[in-house]
Design a protein around this ligand. Structure first.
Ligand code: ADP
Length: 489
């Protein structure tokens, strides 16, 4: 098949979270399975300098944006599996020090920036010489692509327009803008209604994708069920229920070339399921990096991630206040909401011997934390898939997770299956429930045989892309068998 993917971030070129890991790995996996694959993302600041092999394509972009037009360029690079990586250059939109926001506020022109990106994707889908058969877009930033394609098909200017897939990585982020942004799309006003892109008198980029993509997916089976309920639907549960027969939950895979413990420059010692000894050296190195006492007999609990309400960091702080009287260490790497960063700093200040905090983004350190910790704490309020808990399992670090979304689908608690148990799950979104789970973890750590059993089971889990890719292939085929545009709004 010939598949064009599009996303606002792609590892290792741009990344703020799991989306970047997922699309990069999906593209690589599909290409290695013999498909022709392209992946479109913005040319953010610094990418060209970091990847000097990028080549400017001869044809530029000149795309209508309301009453005016915007010019851009496309850069190309071949990925490791032969996938085509396309980068959309527009300095006014993408040459900035961050991707989406500044000083905690969204850029005021995010509507124009990502409608431009969406139009560039559509342009490539239509004009690339290898003629993509399916277009697979990810999240709100490219949410308008399915509609823009469908509108060209409806207008009769692109009769062979391809079917589209939208993957929702996080329903909480929808790209909602004032209705006055709508003319930037150059679409007829007939799409601006409740069954189209209108969302409470505004426009919703994600809703455009949900209503007009041929097929919809999200990143775990449980989250696919959850988002059709008012509790998790973020106002779009009704729209999603209307498309339930086209909505599939596919658990993300892990790129084990990247996330592995045996050939990894970010680790100080290799280890694996059969030779776990090296984990102790990573633990000592991690304790040194965080200026904590280097002791093998104390359990390290850790968290890596965006400090956002979604991640349940308020629970972590609350539970630690109670649990830090025990013999334990806590390590954090994260960045995000200023008040959560501050709460973390205060905790470290009060417990300098037990708590280590790094506010920032550090890919290498994220690997060392996964390798050197004993438990990984993920008490998310909701979690579409979550990758860190899957990385933890492979790195012999026991995940402590809340029962929600992909966390429930990927971690096995003793109550699920005592023979395959690899983590600790809890249900209630309360400090008391997390404290109880941490107490359970302390019990496991105190029992070396039990600790080894959990680790053995976790390190044996296989979330490789083979399974995930084959599920996407099935959906591409299904989309191809349907007419472009799919369900009518
Ligand atoms: P989400 O996509 O909601 O942010 P995931 O668990 O799916 O959460 O993916 C998070 C990814 O981002 C992981 O690869 C994780 O290592 C990485 N990450 C998040 N924050 C940081 C950080 N501060 N430093 C390094 N890596 C980070």
């Amino acid at each position: 098949m010939r598949i064009l993917l599009a996303s606002s971030e792609v590892h290792p070129f741009s990344k703020t979270g799991g989306l970047a890991d997922m699309v990069a790995a999906l593209a690589k996996s599909l290409a290695s399975r013999g498909h022709t694959v392209g992946l479109v993302s913005p040319l953010y600041r610094g990418i060209r300098e970091k990847f000097p092999k990028l080549k400017k394509m001869s044809e530029g972009l000149y795309l209508p944006m309301g009453a005016t037009a915007e010019a851009g360029q496309v850069w190309h690079l071949k990925g490791s599996a032969g996938e085509h990586l396309y980068f959309i250059e527009h300095d006014g939109f993408f040459d900035r020090s961050s991707y989406y926001l500044e000083a905690g506020r969204d850029f005021p022109d995010n509507d124009a920036r990502f409608i431009f990106l969406s139009k560039a994707v559509v342009h490539l889908a239509r004009h690339l010489s290898w003629k993509p058969e399916v277009v697979h877009v990810h999240d709100w930033q490219v949410g308008f692509v399915p509609l823009l394609i469908r509108a060209q098909a409806a207008a009769g200017v692109w009769p062979s327009a391809p079917p589209t897939l939208l993957t929702i990585h996080n329903l909480a982020y929808q790209g909602v803008f004032a209705a006055t942004s709508y003319p930037l799309t150059n679409l007829p006003w007939s799409y601006y209604n409740v069954g189209g892109v209108e969302f409470y008198n505004q426009i919703s980029c994600l809703k455009a994708g949900i209503n007009f993509a041929t097929q919809l997916t999200t990143v775990s089976p449980r989250y696919a069920r959850e988002i059709t309920t008012p509790e998790f639907g973020c106002g779009l549960d009704g729209v999603l229920r209307g498309r339930q027969s086209d909505l599939t939950g596919i658990l993300n895979g892990v790129d084990y070339d990247e996330w592995n413990t045996t050939d990894n420059k970010s680790l100080v010692a290799a280890f694996d399921r059969d030779h776990p000894e090296g984990k102790a050296l990573n633990k000592a190195s991690l304790q040194s990096a965080y200026h904590l006492p280097v002791r093998s007999d104390v359990p390290i609990f850790s968290t890596v991630g965006r400090l956002a309400d979604q991640k349940g960091f308020d629970l972590t702080i609350g539970a630690l206040e109670e649990m830090l009287s025990s013999d334990m260490q806590f390590i954090l790497l994260g960045t995000g909401q200023p008040e959560l960063e501050e709460a973390a700093r205060v905790l470290a200040h009060r417990h300098p011997e037990k708590v280590g905090i790094k506010v920032g983004y550090d890919h290498k350190l994220a690997h060392l934390i996964e390798a050197g910790s004993d438990f990984f704490v993920m008490p998310s309020k909701f979690e579409p898939c979550g990758l860190n808990q899957m990385y933890s399992l492979r790195y012999g670090t026991i995940p402590i997770v809340r029962i929600t979304g992909g966390l429930d689908d990927s971690v096995i608690d003793a109550k699920d299956d005592a023979k395959k148990v690899n983590g600790i799950k809890f249900k209630e979104y309360t400090t008391a429930a997390l404290s109880k789970a941490i107490r359970k973890a302390l019990g496991i750590f105190a029992d070396p045989k039990l600790l080894e059993f959990y680790r053995w089971n976790g390190m044996g889990c296989d979330f490789s892309w083979e399974q995930t890719s084959s599920e996407y292939e099935a959906l591409f085929k299904r989309a191809l068998s349907m007419s472009a545009g799919g369900t009518k709004p």
